[in-house]
Design a binder for this molecule. Structure first.
Ligand SMILES: Nc1ncnc2c1ncn2[C@@H]1O[C@H](COP(=O)(O)OP(=O)(O)OP(=O)(O)O)[C@@H](O)[C@H]1O
Length: 308
């Protein structure tokens, strides 16, 4: 290599690359200048309150919505081309199934238009739908229909799978089995992006959690990193007389004091060690009991990040 030739990029091409992606509906900016690169093989959860822009982002990744600005590349190509080449599979909220058609017939029809479909037996096994094959699509329960939609997402043997709230109609056991199967699918090196409202699901199933709010990314990291972003810990305790609790707000590290429904106090602290030292050794403090130190849940972090 001569000195003027730049070194080739060591970064492999991301499976999904959104750059300055923007989508407006009238005066509403549903997705606002969003940059998001998803490396191959990553499982990413898109988390956000209603209207955050998760579905619109997913639809642009699929080429079902056209960005007003910016662009999406899937495996280095446009979403439409990626879909045509079977590089992407999707499971959308209430995605339509062919009406009143036996599940196996519908799968065969869809496989017929896939560029390189996964063998049907493998799809059936992976999506856990062997008991549903003769059933009419019009007679499936919400959770069963979701499994069939998952089968449809797998059929093209895609590199990228996009799932919009995939477990929404599933009971706890079905949801557990769904994720068990999804992990199998992910183990093949596929890239999976799923939108969810279930915070625990994001934390447990995704290596990366991206929190969206008002069309923008407000946090991006592992579940643990997102919890850490709001920092600190909480110390709950009981005091015999709440009127005497004023000095607690001045302890080292304390950022706020709230009264919980059961009468205990909750001290948010940026330095729980310093706060605890002060609690037990400080002068002029009320007698305290029932002391508990907790880290925020992902739910707490999510609310802190998205409350306006
Ligand atoms: N076709 C449309 N026409 C007008 N507004 C739309 C359209 N699609 C979405 N929106 C608006 O864009 C914003 C983002 O919606 P989007 O469905 O992407 O959010 P979301 O995060 O997926 O929400 P949810 O969790 O409720 O599915 C919302 O305010 C929504 O009302």
């Amino acid at each position: 290599m001569n000195e003027t030739t730049p070194a080739p990029s060591q970064e492999p091409r991301p499976a999904i690359d959104c750059r300055a992606l923007t989508k407006t509906f009238g005066s509403l900016t549903a997705v606002d200048d969003l940059d998001l690169a998803v490396p191959r093989g990553q499982i990413l959860a898109l988390l956000g309150p209603n209207g955050a822009g998760k579905s619109t982002t997913t639809e642009m990744m699929l080429g079902l919505a056209t960005p007003d600005a910016g662009e999406v590349r899937i495996c280095g190509t446009t979403p439409t081309d990626a879909a045509r080449r079977g590089l992407v599979g999707a499971m959308l909220q209430n995605g339509a199934l062919l009406e009143d058609t036996p599940v196996r017939v519908m799968l065969n029809l869809v496989a017929g238009v896939c560029a390189h479909p996964l063998p049907l037996d493998e799809v059936i096994e992976r999506a856990d739908i062997s008991s549903l094959l003769r059933r009419s699509t019009s007679k499936l329960s919400g959770g069963e229909a979701q499994r069939v939609r998952f089968a449809l997402a797998l059929l093209p043997d895609p590199e990228v799978i996009l799932l919009d709230e995939p477990t929404v109609a599933m009971d706890v056991e079905t949801r557990r089995r769904f994720w068990e199967r999804m992990r199998h699918v992910a183990a093949d090196g596929r890239t999976i992006v799923f939108a969810t409202h279930y915070l625990e699901e994001a934390d447990q199933q995704a290596g990366r959690v991206v929190v969206m709010d008002q069309g923008r990314i407000v946090a991006d990291g592992t579940g643990a990193q997102i919890k850490a972003r709001i920092g600190g810990r909480a110390i709950t305790l009981r005091v015999p007389d709440r009127a005497a609790a004023g000095p607690l707000a001045h302890l080292d590290g304390v950022t706020s004091v709230d009264v919980l429904e059961d009468g205990r106090l909750r001290l948010a602290t940026a330095d729980s060690d310093a706060t605890l030292r002060g609690l037990f050794t400080g002068a002029g403090l009320p007698a305290i009991s029932d002391v508990e130190v907790t880290t925020p849940s992902l739910e707490d972090a999510f609310l802190a990040l998205t409350s306006h």
